[in-house]
Design a protein around this ligand. Structure first.
Ligand SMILES: NC(=O)c1ccc[n+]([C@@H]2O[C@H](COP(=O)([O-])OP(=O)(O)OC[C@H]3O[C@@H](n4cnc5c(N)ncnc54)[C@H](O)[C@@H]3O)[C@@H](O)[C@H]2O)c1
Length: 370
């Protein structure tokens, strides 16, 4: 199969969908890989490394789309790419269709085969191509939080781990899933006093077993949250209710009982945020202040660490990309239910219920296209 890797053109996107190691693996499986020149640069991979891995370089995005049977990307195609996509071309990337109707309509119109990273799903209902980005954002939330706690950044001026003779900071983490667990690990490792909340008692039991002794687990309810926020220095929002907006666990009135210079990092901002006063920010302008409380609400946190994010993402996507390349999308999806659930739009038909429901579009059961 001919595989194309275009350079990402969405604003501030430095990740790339295939590393030189990934290109080498696909070439060894007998495929031809075409990478757009400088596609890997933002993540630290030079053109030469792709060449050494056996890939071919192309100068323009038009050439990549024109040549490839399968396009591997990171972000959904943006408008200028719509016209480059060919009928029957396989696109393997994040799409998040349900959040953007024009993209959905464009992909229906061009009759491509759209396999979305975010809906590839394992039997245990976990989402293997979303987990790596949650891991990055969870770990990063503490790094960012620690930075904004510094006085010149607007924070309280407290060192997360304290020093001998001085108490460390109190870190409160709302939600004990992937993001919350990674955040707790980092904060605990830096020596903070950590409290992690969840509504799932089995999850709290697991966390109690695996996390170090400077992490307390507490059941999540309004009473407990109100008590804890007053004495927290850094609060991380990491809740998720699948398919729904995040609940506002930290309400506006709670800001008044927090210590001035407390930092809030709402990682759940992409689902509306679990802190009422959260609104999406960017890496250029990541924070704002309300009532003396610093808010960090960057919606694409992994974008700031493209080297790590690219490697983490491609570790997870490559095994699926190899199956798609070796067998073709239809056979690969017939033989692997995880991949089949990634199919969202196939040759003009919407085969993912959530997407058809979102825009009232006709739904075609997946079996009819496989
Ligand atoms: N901003 C970014 O760059 C970025 C990057 C990755 C992920 N995210 C977002 O981070 C959020 C968390 O993702 P995740 O992968 O950790 O999800 P997850 O499903 O692994 O974990 C969510 C946890 O929240 C818990 N929860 C639900 N309601 C709760 C409540 N009322 N109180 C306390 N806990 C509650 C659940 O029981 C679950 O354990 C999602 O919204 C995700 O989209 C954002």
């Amino acid at each position: 199969m001919i595989i194309g890797v275009p350079k990402e053109i969405k604003n501030n996107e430095n990740r790339v969908a295939l590393t030189p190691a990934g290109a080498s693996a696909l070439v060894k499986n007998g495929h031809q890989v075409y990478v757009q020149s400088t596609a890997g640069l933002g993540s630290g991979f030079a053109d030469d490394e792709y060449k050494k891995a056996g890939a071919n370089l192309l100068n323009s995005i038009e050439e990549v789309y024109a040549k490839a049977d399968m396009i591997i990307k990171v972000k959904e195609p943006i408008e200028s790419e719509y016209k480059l996509i060919k009928e029957n071309q396989l696109l393997f990337t994040y799409f998040h269709f349900a959040s953007y109707e024009p993209l959905t309509k464009a992909m229906i119109a061009c009759k491509a085969v759209c396999l979305a990273y975010e809906t590839v799903e394992k039997k245990d209902r976990s989402l293997p191509l979303l987990i790596p980005m949650s891991e990055v954002a969870g770990r990063m939330s503490i790094q960012e939080g620690a930075k904004y706690l510094e006085k010149p950044m607007g924070g309280r001026g407290i060192l997360l781990g304290g020093v001998p003779g001085v108490k460390p900071a109190n870190v409160l983490i709302l939600g004990g899933g992937i993001v919350g667990t990674q955040a707790a690990k980092m904060a605990a490792g830096m020596g903070a006093n950590v409290t992690i909340l969840d509504i799932n008692i089995s999850r709290l039991r697991e966390l109690d077993d695996i996390l170090p002794l400077n992490v307390d687990t507490v059941f999540s309810n309004e009473y407990n949250i109100r008590q804890l926020v007053a004495d927290s220095d850094l609060i991380v929002g990491a809740v998720l209710i699948p398919g729904a907006k995040a609940p506002h666990l930290v309400t506006r009135d709670m800001l008044k009982i927090m210590k001035p210079g407390t930092v809030l990092v709402d990682v759940a901002v992409d689902q509306g945020g679990c802190i009422e006063t959260c609104k999406p920010t960017t890496h250029e302008n990541p924070t704002y202040e309300i009532d003396g409380i610093i808010h960090y609400c960057v919606a694409n946190m992994p974008g700031a660490v493209p080297y790590t994010s690219t490697l983490a993402l491609t570790n997870a996507t490559l095994p699926y990309a190899i199956q798609l390349a070796n067998k073709g999308w239809k056979k690969a999806c017939q033989e692997n239910d995880e991949l089949a659930l990634g199919l969202n739009v196939v040759n003009g038909k919407v085969v993912y219920k959530g997407v058809s429901d979102a825009f009232n579009l006709p739904y075609t059961p997946l079996e009819q296209v496989l």
